[in-house]
Ligand binder design. Structure first.
Ligand code: AMP
Length: 299
């Protein structure tokens, strides 16, 4: 079933202890779409500038992503520069140039308005809201954010959180937003903001899902070498939402499995710089890792 995403499409420059990449294809909507595109048809809503290389659009199309909602505006493409130290769980943003996102007023193509599943990827919460308002009758809405928006647009963020079912964010952001160091208490406080499900991603320590009094956890897929964690959170969300969008029911069993699919997609993402690995994943690769997960968590 249909899955719509709004988020950033970016040119990323990233440095990690393993190397660096300059102006590679990135952005929250990009990582999400490439990941979720292995599960279902994804409709992308975002904006790029005139400088955006056409080969990137062709790449997205080659992964089956619907780019009708990807606008090309006059101005420069969004650029992000980040760095990771030894702690690969936390990115340090060195530069954020919003460029064409500053004046972006998304209008959904007519065919997108009936989308049943929506992912509001990390972007200005006002843009997230504007897109959500145009979707007629969504079945499941999830949203992500980052410290940049927690600090600069707290009111807008609180407003959108009242309208979503699932809130995915990383550990540092959860603690920052809830102003609480204990993760269980932080999750409880975030549930109070509106969403019925909160997913807290903890990088190499896995991910926790909270719904009512239910808590469940999936470990991170064990890897010997991590090249570049950029996009791991969005790839996680892509596996999570991509899987759920294909299920008839969304109960505890499906949510537990969605956590595993999220972890699998994040594991592919971090194995290469930018989209080097994630962009080449096939469905069979996912099934292989799913079996490893079964053995990993059997007791
Ligand atoms: P992740 O590592 O999954 O949290 O997301 C990484 C992606 O987020 C990168 O590809 C960046 O282009 C994108 N990004 C970084 N800062 C922002 C921001 N303030 N708004 C939207 N996207 C951003």
């Amino acid at each position: 079933m249909s899955l719509l995403v709004v988020g950033s499409v970016a040119l990323d420059s990233v440095r990690t202890p393993r190397g660096e990449i300059r102006e590679g294809l990135g952005g929250s909507a990009t990582y999400f779409s490439v990941s979720a595109g292995l599960f279902t048809k994804v409709r992308m809503v975002a904006v790029v500038g005139r400088d955006f290389p056409r080969k990137h659009v062709r790449f997205l199309q080659s992964r089956g992503i619907d780019v009708q909602g990807l606008e090309r505006a006059s101005g420069k493409t969004f650029r992000w520069e980040g760095e990771y130290g030894k702690d690969l769980n936390e990115a340090k943003s060195l530069k954020t140039e919003l460029n064409v996102f500053q004046d972006f007023r998304p209008e959904l193509p007519e065919g997108y308005r009936g989308s049943r599943h929506v992912f509001l990827a990390n972007i200005d919460p006002d843009l997230q809201e504007r897109v959500l308002q145009q979707v007629e009758d969504p079945r499941l809405v999830a949203c992500d954010t980052m410290n940049y928006w927690i600090a600069s647009k707290p009111e807008s963020l609180r407003r959108i959180l009242r309208k979503v079912n699932v809130f995915l964010l990383n550990e540092g952001e959860a603690k920052q937003l809830a102003q609480e160091d204990n993760l269980l208490k932080a999750a409880r406080s975030l549930l109070g903001f509106g969403p019925s499900i909160v997913v807290i991603k903890r990088g190499e320590y896995g991910a926790l899902l909270f719904q009512g009094n239910m808590v469940c956890w999936a470990p991170a897929y064990p890897l010997e070498s991590i090249q570049d964690p950029t996009g791991a959170g969005d790839s996680f969300a892509g596996g999570f939402m991509g899987y759920l969008s294909r299920r008839k029911a969304i109960g505890e069993r499906e949510l537990r499995r969605a956590l595993v699919y999220g972890s699998i997609m994040a594991s592919f993402c971090v194995e290469g710089f930018g989209l080097m690995r994630l962009g080449r994943v096939r469905r069979g690769d996912i099934a292989g890792r799913y079996q490893v997960f079964r053995n990993l968590t059997r007791f």
